[in-house]
Design a protein around this ligand. Sequence first.
Ligand SMILES: Cc1cc2nc3c(=O)[nH]c(=O)nc-3n(C[C@H](O)[C@H](O)[C@H](O)COP(=O)(O)OP(=O)(O)OC[C@H]3O[C@@H](n4cnc5c(N)ncnc54)[C@H](O)[C@@H]3O)c2cc1C
Length: 520
Amino acid sequence: MDRPVRTVVIGAGIGGLATAIRLAHAGHQVTVVDLHDAPGGKMRTLPSAAGPVDAGPTVMTMRPVFARLFADVGDRLENHVTLHPETILARHIWPDGSKLDLFADAHATHDAIGAFAGAQAQREFAAFNTTAKRLFDGFDRPMMQAACPNLLGLTAHVLRHPRLIPAMAPGRSLAQLLARHFTDPRLRQLFGRYATYLGGSPMQSPAVLALIWQSEAQGVWRVEGGMHRLPRAMHDLAVRLGATFHFGQAASHIVQQGGRVTAVYLADGTQLPADIAVFNGDPKALHDGLLGTSPQTAVKPAGVAPRSLSAFVWAFAAQPDGVPLAHHNIFFAADPVAEFNDLSAGRMPADPTLYVCAQDRGGHPPKGLERFEIIMNGPAGYTGGPEEIETCRTRTFETLHKMGLRFSPVPGPDALTTPSGFNRLFPASDGSLYGRSPHGMMAAFQRPTAKTSLPGLYLAGGGVHPGAGIPMACLSGQHAAAAILSDLASTLPSRPMAMPGGMSTGSATMASGQSRSSAS
Ligand SMILES: Cc1cc2nc3c(=O)[nH]c(=O)nc-3n(C[C@H](O)[C@H](O)[C@H](O)COP(=O)(O)OP(=O)(O)OC[C@H]3O[C@@H](n4cnc5c(N)ncnc54)[C@H](O)[C@@H]3O)c2cc1C
């Protein structure tokens, strides 16, 4: 090999950034392209009168995943972002006025649950917490940290650790597991909501998703200045390691020659010769042919459908009045079954649960305008017609008003991203925010893994194993890098990598079937 491996990463979301960091550190010549004009993908901001306001993820969990990424390339996460542990994990408010804070301190949570629902609820929570912890610890290494988990290997793992079997509640949904654990319906609703972190309903998601609670129980972090600082820090690290970024550039084709990836074409016709291509967009875009015909079969249909939930997301600055807010606040719907039935039927929930992130809370008490993000779950593929924005505005702000929270001013349509808006931002996603839906007992095994059937093409991101959420997307990017390095180590001597000028002949085929010259 007389030149560095040329890797093109399509997408500067968390997964793409993690891959870029690892491969640049390994000596690859890394080029990252993204159709947006900043790194972060779904970790995006909208402008507001109080500065850029987060319009994507707000809850940072599993800090060690990010700390390890920085440490493994000789840096420190703390040198680039300031992280504060949240004392209050989240504040939960119900329509009847009841309120429950969950804390980073386990004893404080135990006491709060006792004050909220009595000694029996305390015992039930302790049992549930043990189950969730057992699941998290049991599946972290063989599932989340594994690049390519398989059913046989996991079954063997479970059989070696038989206490996992009752914890998993095989064949049961998360809602069924919670019904067995909790007498108080409010606590079932609270812990059932964690299914939405993967874009699912608790009624249709497997019981094993109880482990998501543990990722929060182990700590939630506030990123000083906003979540968008994290992808910015990852971008800067990748640049320091030698990666090159092209923003505002869409990749239009992944080209193969001789049965493996040889180049990526941009929408403006630029050709980027590539030994390796990493796709960080929604894998459904490959399946739908947005990157040409060859990568289409690299992703199986069951890996991208059914779709996970979308959302209606408000990001704005205002002055709040009424209910005292923590950083993370959840205002629950009166009837979770009706809410998830609406979502399953493709409707905007008539009575939604609303998550309110008061981005500036947690540090010094804010003065004047504050930045807020409000999320209402929505169905993927939803297109609501001309009244959609007004309906969403009414359902969001009147619901909050009834529960004692008012905003001045109430934001306008520019502050709202709808499911169809997400579909425009993230091509072929149908507005779905977490890739394939987690519904069904086998969902976790249906997600595509980093390595595809097209040699030289790899996947990274929330639509790929181990799943959505920023720590998972970060892990997936690292799985992609590990798979690439391992494949290169085993195939390099026989590969035509030293071909001068890379893709130099007219015999190359565009993945779409176009000739190269017509695309350039
Ligand atoms: C409103 C909201 C709230 C969320 N809340 C949380 C939370 O609190 N905590 C949490 O952990 N997770 C949360 N998530 C999920 C989390 O944001 C995602 O799982 C994670 O950020 C996905 O990262 P990714 O690597 O898949 O990349 P993405 O963020 O999906 O980015 C992919 C990138 O690829 C680019 N791209 C796609 N196709 C092309 C192409 N053809 N050419 C060039 N570029 C292309 C896109 O422009 C995009 O920038 C939330 C998501 C949303 C939307």
